[in-house]
Design a protein. Sequence first.
Length: 313
Amino acid sequence: MENFASAGLINLVQRVVGAADPALVSGQALPDPFSHGLEPAGVKRSLVERVMQRHGTGLLLSVGQNLHLIEDTPVATVFRRSADPQVLAGKWLRLERYHHASHRTRIEPLGDEGWACHRYSLGSMPTAGENCLIAGLLMGLAQLVGATECRLLIAGADLRASDLRHANLPSGESFETFRIVWSPFRTREMPDLSARPENAKDIVDRLAGLLESDVGRSWKIADAARQMAISTRSLQRQLAADGRSFSTALRRVRMRRATELLTDTKTPLAEIGYCCGYADQAHFQRDFRRVTNITPKRFRQASEPVHPALSSA
């Protein structure tokens, strides 16, 4: 099976590289992340290798400092809504699994002040350039959710954001191991759900508000209960009293977001399940069909406006 890379990522790399060296991307079509979510992995690898040959590591490391260029894409929104870097890391790992990426990242938290990262592969190993690209991208994502004073520790170098563009890391390194550290992180404000619910309906509404605040997160009932300042057992009892379970409450929120993305946006089908918190496309397809009795593709087709000439005919 052919490996694929994110169209949004290739779009970002091409735009950053094009601004620095237009000749390097001359004649290349810019992938539209709203048209299709994936591109052949060879497209990304070829581009990265050309950048490495012409500019070395610095330009690739700096790509993650330009995430504002893709801030309107649904996947970028999923990342941006992360309450803290550890939630963000979980989303990154799920994205790699969701698209069956052969190149993956192992991320271990360094307390609340960083990540220890190791790149590995289920097939051929990622190139040095690809590892640099991902290292810089992960640093940019950490900054996106509020990590400050970020530094990238890689191949013996200690790089701040302002150093990345002109960094000249030693040749012969694989860059598969690196660390990203930041100053103590202040957790983002979440919805105020600490007040004691008076009845089951109240707690269902509060839970829905919490889940909707970050529908792209892989929610567990223990996580939600902690945010709501109640015990997991109490949350289960209150949901049962309203004739629900945590899984059905989560599915309701996910389906609401999925239908919005299907009807109101051009988000590729390959990314909608990820944006709604699913572990893989098959799980999303099963849940969607269970609720609507049709596939996401058929639902989108049925939701498209009919041309006046066709409706009159």
